[in-house]
Design a protein around this ligand. Sequence first.
Ligand SMILES: C[S@@+](CC[C@H](N)C(=O)[O-])C[C@H]1O[C@@H](n2cnc3c(N)ncnc32)[C@H](O)[C@@H]1O
Length: 369
Amino acid sequence: MASSASLRRRFADELWREGAITRPEVAEAFATVPREVFVAEGFHGRDGTWVAPGDEGFLDAVYANDVLVTKIQDGRATSSSSQPSLMAAMIEALDLWPGARVLEVGAGTGYNAALMTAAGARVTTVDVQPDVVARAATALAATSSTVDLQLGDGYEGWLAGDPYDRVIVTVGVAGASPRWLDQLVPGGFVLAPIRHAGHHPVLRIARDGAGAVHARGVCPAGFMSAAGPLSALYRGAHPLGTGPLLPPSVRHPARFDPPLDVFRYHDMWFAFGAWDARTTYAQPPDHAADGGCALLDETADGGGATIWPDGAVGGSGPHAEMYAEHASALIDRWLASGSPAVPAWQAAMTLDGDPECPIWVARDWRLAP
Ligand SMILES: C[S@@+](CC[C@H](N)C(=O)[O-])C[C@H]1O[C@@H](n2cnc3c(N)ncnc32)[C@H](O)[C@@H]1O
């Protein structure tokens, strides 16, 4: 059986080869920090079974490029170690340097905080669940990591450690807390997965010299949703999805051969969300597996359209033909715009959400000049 150290090295090399890691210090962090210590009680495997240390395949699963779900409550994942390639992309996007001060919202297992620390940052990390924090504390102590771990609602940031050079959010949120921006140094930024069209793509958020807050797309991503005011509803939000769509009665044929890969599909999906507030995630009845991008009419009893990676469109409900036409027109528009990717988009942000605990939400997405 391969040792943890050799699996770790192979894991870091693979992430490097795939281009998920480009900085030597980030590669070294992945090759050094033992992920298995951060899931010491085990995790939920893809088939739903509990995978525990000592089980056959435990270490191989730990060093696969996959999310490890460590806690499920009421059928919903409420804590995990995120997918390593996504962690790597986010750590790289932070543009860290030795001694940079980082606040992480969503400590989870503590693994990402330990990676950033191993890459040279000084990290404070906050999680809202006491049992999650207790397990992360054990793992951080076992690896002699200097991460400052705190229990609290990440909406508040963590005042005692400010100012920070960067804030990284590793849980899906509806908008950015004003506290995060207040606790940054001038010129710092927040990297956060912000809800958009049924997903949580990663955005880079910063305040300009005049005090206005702007967002820029970074990469597509999927995250579990945060607890509390960070997940508040706001005016003009996309539908939360996936009120049962009726089986499609109208079909427009496939347009992409081969189909778009998962990243390009999400690039297209992001653009639809920028152009049409009905865009969200839905799982129509004729697709048993994963759902996909949809235009959803939450008011019209199962009406809407789904758009698949091969460009095929299915229209459902009383206005099926109209929805299918709108969806096909969005594909035309994306192609005519040069098939922009997530980083091509920028938006102004405004305060919305719970008036007691407002959040910055993106408005008026535009393609950057
Ligand atoms: C995907 S996990 C984070 C993964 C983590 N960074 C790691 O390396 O394992 C998301 C975490 O966010 C936490 N969370 C959810 N809502 C939160 C909130 N309002 N404030 C702080 N943490 C929150 C959850 O308890 C969960 O542990």
